[in-house]
Design a protein. Structure first.
Length: 130
């Protein structure tokens, strides 16, 4: 079982963002990147469950708020303007091997590389496929 620790993610400008552990509740670990404005902290959760049928599920959820500043009665107020979400769920047969699970993980990882024009075009540019 891996020990919980920081997770470093890269953004589209190749900047690094460190998500530090903040909680583990019900088998779901929560990580947050401290931005100085708690309502604007991006969060990542990682959870693992097993279904009654014996399938092993790993769910990763990322939420990234984007803030704006509004002037209310002459006072600047920070608010969440919008939030982007990503949900990734892996589901494996109870008899799957570590090699099979690594293969699926690597497929998903490479699916989102910038060189994958179809997924980059749909996720980043919100274009449809033809």
């Amino acid at each position: 079982m891996p020990q919980i620790g920081n997770i470093v993610l890269k953004d589209s400008a190749d900047g690094s963002h460190t998500f530090a552990p903040s909680d583990i509740t019900g088998g779901v670990a929560t990580f947050a990147e401290a931005t100085g404005t708690p309502i604007g902290d991006p969060r990542l959760t990682i959870g693992r469950t097993q279904t009654q049928a014996g399938r092993r599920k790993v769910t990763l959820k990322l939420s990234v708020p984007f803030l704006s500043t509004a002037v209310v009665n002459g006072v600047n107020r920070t608010a969440v303007a919008r939030v982007a979400y990503a949900n990734i769920e892996f589901s494996f047969d109870g008899s799957s091997t570590a090699g099979e699970r690594a293969t699926v993980r690597d497929y998903v990882r490479t699916l989102f590389e910038r060189t994958q024009t179809m997924t980059d075009g749909t996720v980043v540019s919100l274009q449809g496929l033809f």
